[in-house]
Design a protein around this ligand. Structure first.
Ligand SMILES: Cc1cc2nc3c(=O)[nH]c(=O)nc-3n(C[C@H](O)[C@H](O)[C@H](O)COP(=O)(O)OP(=O)(O)OC[C@H]3O[C@@H](n4cnc5c(N)ncnc54)[C@H](O)[C@@H]3O)c2cc1C
Length: 480
């Protein structure tokens, strides 16, 4: 059969009625037969346009060719030449706007399912116990402190460990993984998958120290004083934004960050077996249209006792920034979408608890600077959605703690660390940064791509430093 006649292989999913009762993974993954069939759809183009769509330039054509030959471990290793976290990216990357969007097949057919194949080979390699620690360069004798253990920190640590640097990751929370651990729910990204990646780094000699808030427990200057030769900041954008509308301080209003951290990291849905509760009540309204909002609404839907989970978004479905797959899964799970709707006030009772959210209807006007049509309020269209809790998922920005406690670190008006785009170097010598802390909330793969740039920048900087140290005794000998 002609390759183009083979239909795109669908991802097997658990039925919505089963999955809204637990937090187990929704997508169950390809079988080897499905993976081979899907790989056979790839035209192995001479000029693989899909690779240009990937921020870390995964050798997509080569890895898919190996899958078609049933060399799954070889395929996983090929991906890992460029991307150390394939099991994660295969699950959460927005492929439809990256590699799959630029797949040549999309012109007339459906793109090759690159993400699903990436996930399959990474899982296969791990499940078969075939993950091999890569060869490490001889030790340079230099130490790098990595602050934050999200995708940016993990990627930088992996690249630098390979180059022979002794890396220590300092993480504020009690578990490493950043948003992958505390934000993205288990039903999209099992935490065992994240921990397997963290353990892989440990096997490469990376030390992971948790419960250390840099800027509070220890400062960036202390790290240099303790002998670190460079400091990488991958602290993300964990500070939630609020709408600044009346009622946001009522009991029952959560930032998505807090709500998801309690549920994912602290396993609140298993209270009292785990000791951090969330009491969302029967009706939960999540505000926003991105991945975080979908995760909030879908987590609420699964929470014991919740009967209705609403999602309130001020634009239409078309403008939602969330991944298409997440929106579809939310719809299948019965999330009640209130589109073209914007909250104006949160209502509460005399005990200070949320009882409802007053909203106004919106319509789309002219495009704004982002190119999306601007939502405009429809006059006198207010209405109330009765609810017991509200989850605000309207965006996040970097926490200013490190910037406030580190002299000479330039930031922009969004509190993001300013870096040189080619090296990841910040304004303070020896400090580098990547990920959401330089861009504001973005994506896993962008954070990883920037972290690779910064790791190369750190390597170049530390090579220069080594060179200078080697030269110094020589010149002092010459002087004496
Ligand atoms: C709920 C949610 C869902 C998402 N879904 C997707 C998705 O499906 N696909 C996608 O591509 N992207 C998604 N994103 C975005 C993506 O997760 C982020 O862009 C990415 O995690 C950024 O990586 P990072 O390493 O820069 O930061 P983070 O992942 O935020 O990691 C930063 C780490 O630094 C730690 N830290 C912060 N300050 C300090 C300090 N002072 N000292 C020590 N440690 C510190 C934090 O605790 C955290 O562990 C989602 C984001 C959220 C919040």
């Amino acid at each position: 059969m002609a390759k183009t006649r083979i239909p795109r292989t669908a991802m097997p999913l658990r039925p919505p009625q089963a999955r809204i009762r637990d937090f187990l993974e929704v997508a169950t993954g390809f079988t080897p037969e499905m993976a081979i069939q899907e790989a056979q759809r790839c035209l192995a183009c001479k000029n693989p346009t899909c690779e240009a769509g990937c921020p870390v330039r995964v050798p997509i054509r080569e890895f898919i060719t190996l899958v078609a030959k049933a060399d799954f471990t070889g395929a996983a290793r090929k991906i890992k030449e460029q991307n150390a976290l394939p099991a994660i990216c295969g699950r959460v990357c927005p492929q439809e706007t990256q590699c799959e969007q630029t797949c040549i097949l999309t012109k007339r057919f459906e793109s090759v399912a690159v993400g699903r194949l990436e996930r399959f080979v990474a899982d296969y390699e791990r499940e078969q116990g075939e993950v091999a620690v890569p060869e490490l360069a001889p030790s340079t004798g230099q130490k790098v402190a990595i602050v934050g253990s999200g995708p940016a920190g993990l990627t930088a640590a992996g690249d630098l460990a390979r180059l022979g640097y002794q890396c220590t990751i300092f993480e504020a929370l009690h578990a490493a993984g950043g948003v992958l651990m505390y934000g993205i729910p288990q039903f999209r990204l099992p935490k065992e998958t994240v921990q397997a990646e963290v353990n892989y780094l440990r096997q490469m000699g990376v030390e992971v120290v948790t419960n250390v808030v840099v800027g509070q427990t220890i400062t960036v200057d202390d790290l240099f004083d303790e002998g670190y030769d460079a400091v990488f900041l991958g602290t993300g954008a964990g500070l939630p934004k609020f709408m600044r509308i009346p009622g946001e301080n009522l009991n029952g209003v959560y930032s998505a960050n807090e709500f998801l951290t309690r549920i994912n990291l602290m396993k609140a849905y298993l209270f009292p077996e785990y000791d951090t509760p969330v009491r969302p009540g029967k009706r939960v309204v999540t505000v926003g249209g991105g991945n975080t909002a979908m995760d909030g609404a879908r987590s609420a839907r699964r929470f014991p006792g919740v009967e209705e989970s609403y999602l309130v978004y001020r634009r239409s479905r078309h403008e939602m920034p969330a991944r298409e797959e997440e929106i579809e899964h939310a719809e299948e799970e019965g999330i009640n979408f209130k589109l073209l709707t914007n909250p104006v006030r949160i209502l509460g009772n005399e005990e200070g608890r949320v009882t409802g959210i007053e909203c106004v209807r919106m319509e789309l006007g002219e495009p704004d600077p982002s190119g999306r049509r601007r939502p405009v309020e429809v006059k006198d269209s207010n209405f109330v959605i009765p609810c017991d809790s509200v989850v605000m998922a309207i965006g996040q920005e970097p926490n200013p703690l490190i910037m406030r406690t580190t002299e000479g670190l330039e930031t922009n008006k969004w509190n993001c660390v300013v870096v040189d785009a080619d090296t990841g170097a910040a304004s303070r010598e020896g400090v580098f940064a990547a990920g959401d802390v330089i861009t504001g909330g973005a994506t896993v793969i962008l954070a990883m791509g920037q972290a690779r740039v910064a790791a190369a920048g750190i390597d170049a900087y530390l090579r220069r430093k080594r060179g200078a140290e080697v030269c110094e005794p020589l010149s002092s000998t010459a002087r004496s």
